[in-house]
Design a protein around this ligand. Structure first.
Ligand code: ZN
Length: 253
């Protein structure tokens, strides 16, 4: 397999680290850039279940440790055990979120993409960077959209805030922890991963319907996208997925 440094440089060209948030620790976290690992595994999170691997380059969405914390890698910690097994860890986090445009969501939900979402601001077009996607479609009930969302993300349930019968035509989607991205106005339906109860409730009071899919559930396209990016570079990567959580369905009007 190609060395970790080549893979890192390739992925950095796909999703520049300069696009990562200042607080983020995206990048090559531990390992040897000159080394050719036996295999690549793509996952959302580094978990103890992955300790069965040795000499493996993990490409994860969430940084398992912040860079300044690497000065204090303690025996017994997950990252310490990864290093002991000769594994490398590379995180593609907010740089990926900004580089990746989830057209699959727009296509599946039948809306025409118009732009990206700026954190903490109202909806607006951005020149290539920003989060998620927003667009417009023919008016349909949010209940109908929820069925398409469940199918697309493989969910058995999702949280709905607002009247499911209400018609929506301007839809926004962003993956991950995105409560701060709910716009003040300008969209009828906001679909996100992890959203605080009070944030969603406040949005529903502004006549906006909000769907909460779950944090990792909303990020399912990370794995497929990274695997396809790596394949295009001639690197075969394995996908490590966890099943979506099963939650109860509730509606807050
Ligand atoms: Zn996340």
């Amino acid at each position: 397999m190609r060395c970790a440094g080549d893979i890192f440089a390739y992925l950095e060209a796909c999703a520049p680290l300069a696009w990562a948030e200042s607080w983020d620790s995206a990048g090559f976290l531990v390992g040897d850039l000159a080394h050719s690992y036996d295999r690549c595994v793509v996952a959302i999170d580094l978990t103890p279940a992955l300790l069965s691997y040795e000499n493996t380059l993990f490409i994860v969405h969430h940084p398992p440790i912040f860079k300044k914390g690497l000065e204090h890698v303690l025996a017994g910690s997950l990252i310490y055990e990864m290093i002991k097994r000769g594994n490398g860890v590379l995180a593609m986090h907010t740089n990926f979120d900004r580089a990746f445009i989830p057209y699959q969501v727009a296509e599946a939900l039948g809306f025409q993409p118009c732009g990206r979402i700026l954190d903490g601001l109202s909806l607006g077009l951005t020149p290539g960077i920003g989060y998620g996607i927003w667009g417009e479609c023919e008016a349909q009930s949010s209940e109908l959209v929820s069925q398409a969302v469940s199918k697309l993300f493989g969910l058995s349930a999702l949280s709905v805030y607002g009247d499911p019968k209400r018609l929506v035509s301007r839809i926004a989607f962003a993956a991950g922890s995105v409560g701060s991205m709910i716009p003040q106005d300008g969209c009828d339906l906001f679909i996100g991963g992890e959203i605080g109860y009070h944030q969603a409730l406040a949005a529903s009071h502004r006549n906006m319907t909000v769907f909460g899919l779950g944090h990792t559930e909303s990020e399912c396209f990370f794995i497929d996208t990274l695997v396809s990016w790596l394949k295009a570079y001639g690197v075969q990567a394995d996908a490590y997925r966890v099943k979506p959580h099963v939650r109860s369905f509730y509606v807050t009007v």
